[in-house]
Design a protein around this ligand. Structure first.
Ligand code: GCO
Ligand code: MG
Length: 421
């Protein structure tokens, strides 16, 4: 049996650009699918898949997953990075899908079998004020969710202000903080880290006073704070007993995790931006984080993720794989097959599937009462209907990530400095 073609399909059923790799084989009707979604740079991933990996892999034996993974990883000499890792993940997940189809077993069986029937999920509650966040928490509780992430005003918090280039003395900004901006700042998604950091303990005080402590609560800092302010926030949130505080620091600020540990017992989750083993290794072996939340396709797929989960197991770190809307349903299925087999599973982030996604991706895993259940079909148990996928082409702006200058990946501090989104 040989690989006959490796291609990359781009589609946006829920208006988020997704990339899915299909590996076809010489066996009639036998193929696999894998998630390769790097929504901000989809064209780079497609080029890596179709112009580099396809010629490298055609003619090879699809059984040899580890060898093919190592080949794709080493072949460019310079390795890692989100574009190459996503392309590699697409191939890797598709090969595991094929392996399951050949064995006529769902992937979780090949990975050792279930240690739990389903994965507990966390969903996101947001709102512009504490009451609106609470309303969304109550709605998710009523739907059966026992883990809820609370944000107020999205990443960077409340009080964001529309850009006003060239104007002086903008006083009444940032939700009444009175912080001023210098003149002639550039357009961007302005936020005030201080106002944000102060608003979050107050939010959790309010939510806990209304719902008590039975439901687990989480929060994502999304690297918006200066390191010492992240330390301060982790400490301030202790009384509200978070399940975890997510991405309190940027990967570049690694050394500061020690400081968080010295000052706070709030559990720490980290890693959706990781693409290189050297980013996670020190944090795990020095027990500086509690949950690893890598984005499976950004580290290269199932093959490295199961090794990473095993490394974490040895150091008491639990998994919390990244599960936003810019993971395709194929990627969510891959997360789930690992979630049900790893002993050190923590939680699974989930963004929900709308009707269009369910239609384009037959076999989407199903949610019951806050848990996500894998299906019993062989391999990943999910497919892509290419004809339907083509009905949701990417608008050129989505395809090339030509988002407006005021958009969220052009975040700025009150004085105009560009900051991490
Ligand atoms: C999360 C994430 C996402 C990312 C997104 C970037 O925790 O779900 O932070 O919302 O921002 O995946 O494209
Ligand atoms: Mg996050």
């Amino acid at each position: 049996m040989q690989i006959t073609r490796v291609k990359c399909i781009l589609t946006a059923p829920a208006n988020i650009g997704l990339a899915v790799v299909k590996v076809e084989t010489s066996e009639p009707g036998l193929y696999g699918v894998g998630c390769a979604t790097f929504t901000q740079r989809l064209l780079l991933v497609r080029s890596a898949v179709e112009e580099y990996l396809n010629p490298l892999l055609v003619g090879r034996d699809p059984h040899q997953i580890e060898d093919i993974w190592q080949l794709c990883y080493q072949n460019s000499y310079w390795r890692n990075g989100p574009a190459l890792n996503n392309a590699l993940s697409g191939v890797d997940q598709a090969l595991w899908d094929i392996k399951g189809k050949l064995a006529n077993l769902p992937l979780y069986q090949l990975l050792g079998g279930k240690v739990r029937p389903a994965a507990a999920l966390y969903r996101h509650a947001d709102g512009l004020d504490p009451q609106e966040v609470l309303d969304n928490v109550l709605r998710l509780q009523a739907e059966g969710y026992q883990y809820i992430r609370c944000q107020m005003g999205g990443y960077g918090g409340i009080g964001k202000e529309a850009p006003q280039p060239g104007s002086y003395n903008n006083v009444a900004v940032y939700g009444g903080s009175g912080r001023r901006r210098p003149g002639h700042t550039q357009p961007g998604d302005y936020f005030d880290p201080d106002l944000y950091a102060r608003s979050i303990p107050a939010l959790f005080e309010f939510i806990r006073s209304k719902i008590g402590f039975a439901t687990q609560l989480l929060h994502d800092v999304h690297e918006r704070l200066a390191p010492i302010d992240a330390v301060r926030l982790a400490k301030a949130l202790e009384p509200y007993r978070l399940f975890f505080l997510e991405d309190p620091l940027a990967p570049e600020d690694q050394e500061w995790f020690k400081m968080i540990r010295q000052h706070a017992t709030t559990p720490i989750a980290m890693g959706e931006l990781f693409t290189h083993p050297l980013e996670w290794k020190p944090l795990i072996v020095n027990q500086l984080i509690d949950f690893i939340r890598v984005h499976l396709s950004d580290i290269g797929g199932i093959t490295p993720a199961r090794k990473l989960a095993t490394l974490c197991e040895a150091f008491g770190v639990r998994t919390a794989f990244h599960g936003p809307g810019d993971v395709s349903p194929v990627g969510h299925a891959a997360n789930l097959h690992l979630d049900v087999v790893v002993p050190n599973f923590g939680i699974q982030e989930f963004s929900g599937f709308d009707a269009a996604l369910e239609e384009v991706f037959p076999g989407c895993p199903q949610v019951h009462d806050g848990f996500l259940y894998p299906n019993e079909a062989p391999g990943l148990g999910i497919d892509i209907d290419e004809r339907l996928a083509a009905r949701y082409p990417l608008h050129p702006d989505l395809l090339q990530f030509r988002n407006g200058v005021g958009d969220w990946t052009q975040s700025r501090l009150p004085d105009g400095t560009l900051w991490r989104p």
